[in-house]
Design a protein around this ligand. Sequence first.
Ligand SMILES: [Zn+2]
Length: 241
Amino acid sequence: MSSRTSAPASIFILTGAGISAESGVETFRDKGGIWSKVRLEDVATPEAFMRDPEKVQAFYNARRASLKEVAPNPAHRALAKLEADYAGTVTLVTQNIDDLHERAGCRDVIHMHGELLIAFCAACGAREPAREALSPQDVCPRCGKVGTMRPDVVWFGEMPYHLDRILAALGEADLFVSIGTSGAVYPAAGFVAEAKRAGIETLELNLEPTEGSFQFDEARHGLASVLVPAFVEEVLAGCWG
Ligand SMILES: [Zn+2]
C-alpha cells in the first residue's frame, strides 16, 4: 500500500451501474434488474441478433428511449468537475452504456461496454449516432447493407472496447477509484488486482460492500451522489495525500 505523501498525479476512475442507478437508470445485474426479467441469451448476444433482430432492437430501443427520462446526478457532475479542474490526469472508464457522464459535462469518457446512442454496422464497422429507435430494416449509410446496423454495445461473448488504452492508463495511474460497480464483471473486476500489482493506491466507493471490497486499500459505502462529490472535493482541495 502506497503512503499518502503527495496528491495523485494521475487518477483512474472506473464507474458502473451504481452511479447511474441513482439517476433512475435500470440496472442489469442487480436483484430485480433487467437480467432477472429478460434472458440475456435472447437479447444480448450476436447469436440473438442473427436469430431475432426485431426482438434485440426492441430491447435496446426501450433502453435508449428511457435515457430521455433520466438526468445526471451529483456523482456524474462531480466527476465532470474533477476532469475539468484537476491539475493532474483523470482517466474516466465506464461500464455503463448510457450518456450520463457526457451530459454531466465529461469530455473524454471511455465506454468499455459501448454506447446505446451509437449504431454500429456488423458488416463494415461503420459507426453512426443513434438517438432514436433502430430497426432491422435500417440501411447502413456506408456499405448499403440492410439489417446490419446494431446497437454499439458489447454483447456477451464479445471483447470489451479500448482495453489497450485502459490498461495503459491504469499502469500509469497513482490512484484507482472504483465507483458503483459490483466487481463481478471481468475484465473490469480484475482492475483492482492489476492496480495493486502496480503498487497503486485503491479506493472503492459503493452503495454496499462488494465481494471485492477487501482488495481495496479503502472502501467507503453509501450513495454515489454523496460519496463521489465528497471525494472530488478532497482531491481538489489537496486533502488527498
Ligand atoms: Zn455497413
